[in-house]
Design a protein. Structure first.
Length: 368
């Protein structure tokens, strides 16, 4: 199979979908890999490294002309022209928060497989996990930075100092993002409260942190009270493939401290904060009712080298299956099958159909 690796064009997105080592693995299996010139530079990977691994350096159009295109982020509007019926696209899509992209993929009849909906039998999301780990750890770092007065924040140190209490961090969601955000927040000395709907998850978090965090059930009264006290709120809610639920409403902002900070990692799925909107790395924040909002939808892009290698470690085994067998790999791998979001003009992710009121069928039905 001919595999194309385009350069990411989302603003300040420096990750790349495949490393030279991954390219070499694909070439050794008999596949041809074309990489857009300069695609890896943002992650510190040169064209020479890709050529040494067996890739051919090409233009963007030539990379998109491949049988399978592997990316990091969803196709941007200028890339819609490259979508076509015989294209197998493997990347993050986050369709539930992007009607324009959904319509473009359906119109082009592209076979699109989303990293974020590949799901194992135990419910885990193997291709979302590495970026969730990065984003979770970054969320606390970013929040601590924007709590500084010079950045528009309250002017508080997350961990405090002897004689001065630490900041209070509220984390909404105890999954991979929330757990990693808590790990950094606890390490910095903050007081941490994690809320989640799952009692078993809260039990697990209570056990692993040995009393260093507080856990509470995620209910509206609990959220309302915690938001009022929080210096930093981290939105870490995920419903696989679906739009994130709105947990922090506009009226709650009026109760928050002046200069407090919200970092909504769920922004790429619509966000769990009513007032959040997607921002970019060059203009990451804005203020509503005195509260600093950080809504960068591709947070891991700020640490591209770490993120690229972490992502490729997980995506490569699936990419090799798709390269070897094409769409047939979906029928043979039960964890890969839920990744199918669009196929031959049909929407194959029920959660996206629900988000937009569009007809949708299951991936299994589409391939039957």
């Amino acid at each position: 199979m001919i595999i194309g690796i385009p350069k990411e064009i989302k603003k300040l997105e420096n990750r790349v979908a495949m490393t030279p080592g991954a390219v070499e693995s694909l070439v050794r299996r008999g596949h041809s890999v074309v990489v857009e010139a300069g695609a890896g530079l943002g992650s510190g990977l040169s064209d020479a490294e890709y050529m040494a691994a067996g890739a051919r350096m090409v233009t963007a159009a030539e990379a998109w002309a491949a049988e399978m295109v592997i990316k990091v982020k969803e196709p941007m509007a200028p890339e819609y022209q490259f979508l076509r019926p015989d294209l197998l696209l493997f990347t993050y899509l986050h369709l539930a928060a992007d009607r324009a992209q959904t319509d473009a993929l359906l119109k082009a009849k592209t076979t699109a497989i989303a990293y974020e909906t590949v799901q194992k039998a135990d419910g885990s999301l193997p291709l979302l996990t590495p970026m969730s780990e990065v984003a979770g750890r970054m969320a606390t770092q970013v929040g601590a930075h924007y709590l500084e007065k010079t950045q528009g924040g309250r002017g508080v140190l997350l961990g405090g100092v002897p004689g001065v209490p630490p900041s209070f961090v509220l984390i909404l969601g105890g999954g991979v993002v929330g757990t990693n955000a808590a790990k950094v927040a606890v390490g910095m000395g903050a007081r941490v409260l994690i809320m989640d709907l799952s009692h078993s998850r809260l039990q697990y978090l209570d056990d692993i942190y040995h009393g260093r965090i507080i856990t509470m059930a995620s209910t509206e009264p609990n959220i309302r009270e915690a938001v009022r006290r929080a210096d930093l709120v981290v939105g870490a809610v995920l419903i696989p493939g679906a739009k994130a639920p709105r947990l922090v409403t506009r009226d709650m902002l009026a109760t928050m401290k002046e200069g407090s900070v919200i970092v909504d990692v769920a922004v790429d799925q619509g966000g769990c904060v009513e007032t959040i909107k997607a921002t970019t790395h060059d203009q990451p924040t804005y203020v509503v009712d005195g509260v600093v909002h950080y809504g960068v939808a591709n947070m891991p892009g700020a640490v591209p080298r770490t993120s690229t290698f972490a992502l490729v470690n997980q995506t490569l085994p699936y990419a090799m299956k798709l390269a070897d067998k094409g769409v047939a790999a979906l029928r043979e791998d039960a964890s890969l099958l839920p990744g199918l979001n669009t196929y031959k003009g049909k929407l194959t992710c029920l959660a996206v159909g629900e988000a937009f009121g569009l007809p949708a069928i299951t991936p299994a039905a589409a391939l039957a």
